[in-house]
Design a protein around this ligand. Structure first.
Ligand code: TXE
Length: 485
């Protein structure tokens, strides 16, 4: 089979990497390489920055209406090609095609549409000093923005960064994950077709420590928006600090899902399964620590086991598949090693716990059974570290105070979910949770206007809505004094 050759997208053109070196791109459901991607380095990033620099004066002066029309056109074209995009996303990530079709690609479309309208509606503040002067704030694009995204929701998260950066009048040098580059490559073609001026968006493929590092280190890239692992985020923060780059870091999570005995049980059960195992647990928002109030514990656990056992792991192309493949061999090894660790730490595997053999053509794919573990305390590594796979731990609690202490007892602080009909209790807990996002009687219910991001080791900064538009602009205060008299 001939391999698909991916190109960088620089100055509006597909470009091979300067060094002509490539990396294999593997389909995780089959374990077979099917594409080759540029192994770009500093020279490629330099070319991308130069293209962005040339494009910036005109793009930053474009009207909001012009940006609105272009971003909407990109959204239209992705929507037109939804099926091809979804197929590519599934082949790259191993996620079920049904999920790529209904979640990943529609959300990429929504990102462009949402920030197209943000370009039209963005406004800035004025601060009058009565009878003396008026201050007004100009919000100007930062210049060239670096957007670095991960493999779990490839086009969804890449466009979540690119769309606001472009809407605010910036040029972009973007890098998708080396594990899932194909939809970013398709996006380049879509942007060409939409008529996005050359150099406004540039996409460089390659490894994090090479192409990614070159973006982070480049002095002309003024802001970095990154989603990925906490370890990488720490590295990026250290590299960006000496040159005072603006930073938005969306990092890992170890999110508590707290269920009180008075919850609406059916909804709570369904959502606990979704929160634990959507996208194979490879979402930073996944509820991976399940805390159940003791009077409900045994009933909830037993019902959950039944539902988790009913999930179908299999070929992502089949319509009845619930869980596809994990993204890579390395990630499979990591997830399996955490399941072993959980048992060594005293955890009991209630269901799952092993690799799954799927029929041809997926016999070499990276499949794991959805796994539920009980009997572990807060302080073990299994309950402290982000596994980012289909592994959920479950534990009882007796009081709201105890649930809060458990929820807050990790280094992460991204999202939390509370299930109860006692709204006073829910609001009080929401106030006290160390978390950037709290869901009450829901999970992953997203409004793109809301601030999105975490505290502690889950990152700094917020994405979404005006937060994103503010991140990608520099405020400049202009103070005008009135004439005397
Ligand atoms: O992410 P990385 P990885 C977590 C999850 C996962 C772990 C590692 O726990 O198991 O992170 O995943 C680029 N300078 N999450 O290794 O390395 C890289 O090329 C600049 C959580 O795949 O953080 C890719 O484009 N860039 C997360 C992006 O960073 C660098 C989603 C993310 O890769 C770089 C993904 C460097 N030095 C993983 N090193 C979430 N919270 O959503 C790497 N990159």
């Amino acid at each position: 089979m001939s391999l698909l050759i991916i190109e960088n997208y620089i100055a509006g053109q597909g470009q091979p990497p300067c060094r002509r070196q490539y990396l294999d791109n593997v389909n995780p459901a089959t374990g077979e390489p099917y594409a080759r991607i540029p192994r770009s380095d500093t020279d490629d990033v330099e070319a991308a920055v130069q293209a962005a620099e040339r494009a910036f004066p005109t793009w930053s002066q474009s009207t909001p209406e012009q940006r609105f029309r272009l971003l909407n056109r990109i959204a239209d074209l992705i929507e037109r090609d939804l099926e091809a995009y979804a197929l590519a996303e599934t082949t790259d990530t191993g996620k079920p095609l049904s999920v790529a079709r209904s979640v990943d690609i529609p959300r990429a479309v929504a990102n462009f549409r949402f920030f197209a309208t943000a370009a039209l509606q963005f406004a800035s503040e004025a601060h009058p000093m009565t009878n003396l002067a008026i201050n007004y704030t100009l919000r100007q694009p930062v210049g060239i923005a670096g957007c670095i995204s991960p493999w779990n929701l490839p086009l969804y998260l890449f466009t979540w960064k690119i769309a606001p950066a472009l809407a605010a009048g910036n040029c972009v040098v973007g890098k998708p994950s080396e594990l899932t580059p194909v939809t970013a490559w398709m996006l380049a073609r879509t942007c060409q077709e939409a008529g996005l001026p050359p150099g406004v968006l540039n996409i460089v493929h390659g490894l994090g420590p090479e192409a990614g590092q070159a973006i982070v280190a480049h002095p002309k890239i003024k802001a970095i928006s990154f989603t990925g692992g906490t370890h990488t985020g720490r590295h990026i923060a250290a590299a960006a600090a000496p040159v005072f780059k603006k930073l938005s870091l969306e990092l890992g999570g170890k999110n508590p899902h707290i269920v009180f005995a008075d919850c609406r049980l059916e909804e709570a059960l369904q959502t606990a399964v979704r929160a634990g195992f959507s996208n194979n647990g490879q979402i930073c928002l996944c509820g991976s620590r399940l805390y159940i109030e003791r009077p409900l514990y045994a009933r909830f656990r037993d019902a959950l086991v039944q539902r988790v056992q009913a999930l179908k792991v299999g070929n992502p192309m089949q319509s009845d598949t619930d869980l596809g493949a994990l993204v890579s061999q390395a990630h499979l090894d990591k997830v399996l090693s955490y399941i072993e660790l959980a048992q060594a730490e005293g955890g009991r595997v209630l269901c799952g716990g092993q690799r799954v053999q799927v029929a041809a053509p997926c016999e070499h794919g990276y499949f794991v059974a959805p796994t539920l573990i009980e009997g572990l305390g807060l302080h073990c590594r299994t309950n402290q570290e982000e596994i980012f796979g289909p592994v959920l731990t479950i534990q009882p609690f007796d009081t709201a105070e105890e649930a809060l202490a458990l929820a807050n007892g990790v280094d992460y602080g991204l999202a939390a979910s509370i299930w109860t009909q006692d709204l006073s209790c829910a609001h009080r807990m929401a106030e006290q949770l160390h978390s950037g996002i709290v869901w009450i009687n829901c999970w992953m219910l997203r409004d793109l206007r809301t601030p999105f991001g975490g505290i502690k080791q889950s990152g700094i900064g917020r994405e979404g809505g005006w937060e994103a538009m503010r991140f990608f602009t520099e405020p400049k205060n202009v103070c005008v004094k009135y004439a005397e008299g």
